[in-house]
Design a binder for this molecule. Structure first.
Ligand SMILES: *[C@@H]1O[C@H](CO)[C@@H](O)[C@H](O)[C@H]1NC(C)=O
Ligand SMILES: *[C@@H]1O[C@H](CO)[C@@H](O)[C@H](O)[C@H]1NC(C)=O
Ligand SMILES: *[C@@H]1O[C@H](CO)[C@@H](O)[C@H](O)[C@H]1NC(C)=O
Ligand SMILES: *[C@@H]1O[C@H](CO)[C@@H](O)[C@H](O)[C@H]1NC(C)=O
Ligand SMILES: *[C@@H]1O[C@H](CO)[C@@H](O)[C@H](O)[C@H]1NC(C)=O
Ligand SMILES: *[C@@H]1O[C@H](CO)[C@@H](O)[C@H](O)[C@H]1NC(C)=O
Length: 603
């Protein structure tokens, strides 16, 4: 009988702060009556981006309005290996937690009409309370595309200082080196004074050796430090984990010093941004659907950081959106925008083992519970995992926007065609990764990071308390299905390498019955899920390409309104999103401050 590691293949397509309540340096407000009449800045949403921006702007009076509240530092939030329990994963995870908005997309025709949950944090810290804590950046080429799309100042060289500003990096634990693991890093790519901790787990899963060797067998380049823009290859990744106590790290900027100008209203939702004659005047908010609405006046700007799913909802509720859609709901349009090996070291069905490892974590902050389940990922260009000629021909054969929904506005269509051209060109690039291959000791998970499909988020009613309609349109472009099929076959090729065979890795799921192209496609359609990197619902693009914000993140057509969150990302980088978002938020804070120092200089 084969006793060895078992592996199953699964597939993903598509975010991820915790603060001890006492540590908040500003004033916490619980009700509308405690809110001042006006603030220079009102930040909508106390998630990753909102907290970073508010912290940096708090030389001036700032109010953050957040629908959720603080966590209680529960183990399932703070302990790395338990973190994967925070989001519905692979169809059998928990169905949302008390810190989740629990939203679900509409049925997806290409997925046999399955609906996919789209977790989003309803909590101070937003997605970073729920995320998987992977802290990596995309390739230089991924960010340079943003400039190619008409956004000067957003290339990798320009972003790197902001990525570093946010980061507090700790080199690998010497113990790991003593165990014979060689984790290289280049200090030039890391910050040491930022708010978010980035560190390598002090425990390395023994099967990581096999995964690294399997990559070498398959001629995949091993990148020494992928944080410098060379992120197409296989590499050790850092986690947003505080190495002092091996717990989840969040917006620690709040611990630096006291922030008397910073007010945080919890348990309240922004219901509308008040715009008068094209200028933002204030924000309306409420604790409950049927409670009276309150307003707060804004002297400088509103920063909308409600997240990829709620930011477009609030824009639309405030009259910023597609005129035809908004008038169908009776909303007056303000701006017409479109918006070596010990196999089986981890046996999670062995309660004795689990108890021993948790005890090791509690007593010494060591062992597998310091990890996210793996230590080393591969982000691979098309040519590495598939026949790039075949995929390129299939892309060239498409008319660029034929798979968009037929009611896509012309400007959005034009913007997508520009993006499609970049996606098509980079099929043959060796510096842009399309698929990630996650290896976590029990599974190989191909995840698509450069999707050709595009979806929508739109309001269906005028109530801010109704969830928006989320239609990801997964696999609506058949190129995405082809990429997943190729990824599935490559996961099998990884399993067949000598390095993986040394530990007798067997495929338990889906198993030998799935062989033909059609069977693999059916497996993909039935199993594909989200990796939670939803983005681009209010893209930073020229207006004629369907953009919602300009390169300074100002909403077109309105004075005094910026968006700072994953909504503005015009095309996804091949990376988990949080490290990118910290950098975006740091840059945004500078853009806002600079625009007022310019203005003040004129007075
Ligand atoms: C999400 O679901 C969890 C578990 O069912 C529940 O405790 C929580 O209140 C829900 N969140 C919202 C915003 O309804
Ligand atoms: C999905 O739903 C649509 C609309 O209700 C229906 O026409 C179609 O047959 C369904 N597809 C599957 C695979 O059930
Ligand atoms: C871990 O340590 C940091 C500071 O070093 C502290 O802010 C945080 O609350 C600690 N986390 C837990 C869960 O004890
Ligand atoms: C894992 O532990 C369970 C329960 O202790 C045991 O039945 C099973 O055989 C173990 N699996 C392996 C592969 O060692
Ligand atoms: C379960 O784990 C304990 C502790 O690591 C180990 O001694 C025991 O052999 C394991 N049981 C099985 C059935 O694998
Ligand atoms: C790749 O696909 C092209 C076009 O379909 C085909 O001509 C070529 O033989 C394929 N190459 C390999 C190595 O399979």
């Amino acid at each position: 009988m084969a006793s060895g590691k078992s592996i199953f293949f699964s597939l993903f397509t598509l975010l991820g702060l915790v603060n001890a309540h006492q540590a908040f340096p500003g004033r916490i407000l619980n009700r509308a009556s405690e809110v001042e009449q006006s603030y220079d800045y009102v930040v909508v949403g106390g998630g990753l981006s909102g907290l970073v921006v508010a912290n940096r702007l708090s030389e001036n009076p700032v109010l953050i309005i957040e629908a959720g509240g603080f966590t209680e530092n529960e183990d399932w939030i703070t302990i790395p290996l338990l973190s994967s329990a925070n989001v519905p994963a692979l169809g059998n995870g928990p169905k949302g937690t008390k810190y989740d908005w629990n939203m679900t997309g509409i049925p997806q025709p290409e997925l046999g009409n399955r609906s996919i949950q789209t977790p989003a944090g309803k909590v101070i810290g937003g997605g970073t309370v729920l995320n998987g804590m992977v802290f990596n950046r995309g390739s230089k080429a991924d960010y340079d595309r943003w400039v190619a799309l008409g956004n000067p100042g957003w290339d990798f060289e320009n972003l790197l200082p902001y990525f570093k500003k946010a980061e507090n990096f700790t080199p690998p634990d010497p113990k790991v080196e003593e165990e014979g693991w060689d984790i290289e890093y280049d200090p030039a790519y890391h910050g040491e004074h930022g708010h978010v901790q980035s560190s390598f787990a002090p425990f390395v899963w023994p099967s990581t050796r096999n995964y690294i060797n399997s990559m070498k067998e398959l001629h995949v380049p091993i990148t020494e430090d992928a944080m410098g823009g060379n992120a197409a290859g296989a590499y050790w990744f850092t986690q947003s984990v505080n190495p002092k106590n091996e717990t989840r790290s969040t917006a620690q900027g709040f611990y630096d010093s006291s922030r008397p100008n910073l007010h945080l209203l919890i348990g309240n939702r922004v219901t509308r941004i008040i715009i008068d004659s094209g200028k933002v005047k204030g924000v309306e908010f409420s604790a409950k659907e049927n409670a009276a609405r309150s307003t707060v006046q804004v002297l400088k700007e509103v920063v909308l950081s409600a997240g990829t799913l709620h930011t477009p909802q609030l824009l639309q509720l405030s009259g910023i959106g597609d005129k035809i859609h908004l008038s169908s709901l009776g909303i007056e349009t303000v701006v017409d925008l479109v918006v070596n090996i010990a196999p089986n070291i981890g046996n999670f069905s062995n309660q004795t083992w689990i108890s021993e490892q948790l005890a090791l974590y509690e007593s010494k902050k060591e062992g597998p519970y310091t990890t996210l389940g793996g230590n080393f990922f591969a982000f691979l260009p098309v040519g590495t995992f598939s026949n790039q000629t075949a995929l390129l021909s299939a892309a060239v054969a498409q008319s660029k926007s034929q798979y968009l929904s037929s009611n896509t506005p012309a400007t959005v269509r034009a913007g997508y065609e520009t993006q499609f051209a970049l996606l098509e060109k980079d099929i043959t690039s060796s510096s842009t990764a399309y698929l990630e291959f996650i290896f976590d000791d029990t599974a190989i998970l191909p995840a698509l990071h450069q999707p050709f499909s595009r979806g929508t988020v739109s309001i269906k009613s005028t109530s801010p308390f109704d969830s928006p309609v989320i239609d990801p349109r997964y696999l609506s472009n058949p190129l995405d299905l082809a990429l997943f099929v190729a990824g599935f076959e490559y996961a099998r090729a990884i399993r067949k390498t000598n390095a993986m065979q040394t530990i007798n890795v067997i495929e338990t799921y889906p198993g030998a019955s799935v062989t033909t192209n059609q069977q693999i496609e059916e497996f993909v359609r039935a199993g594909v899920d989200t990796e939670h990197h939803h983005a681009g619902t209010a893209s930073m693009l020229p207006q004629e390409l369907g953009g919602v914000v300009d390169p300074e993140l100002r909403v077109y057509g309105v004075e005094g309104l910026r968006i700072v969150d994953a909504s503005i990302i015009p095309m996804l980088p091949a990376a988990h999103l949080q490290a990118t978002l910290y950098g975006i938020a740091e840059k945004a804070a500078d853009l806002i401050k600079n625009s007022y120092s310019r203005y003040d200089a004129l007075l």
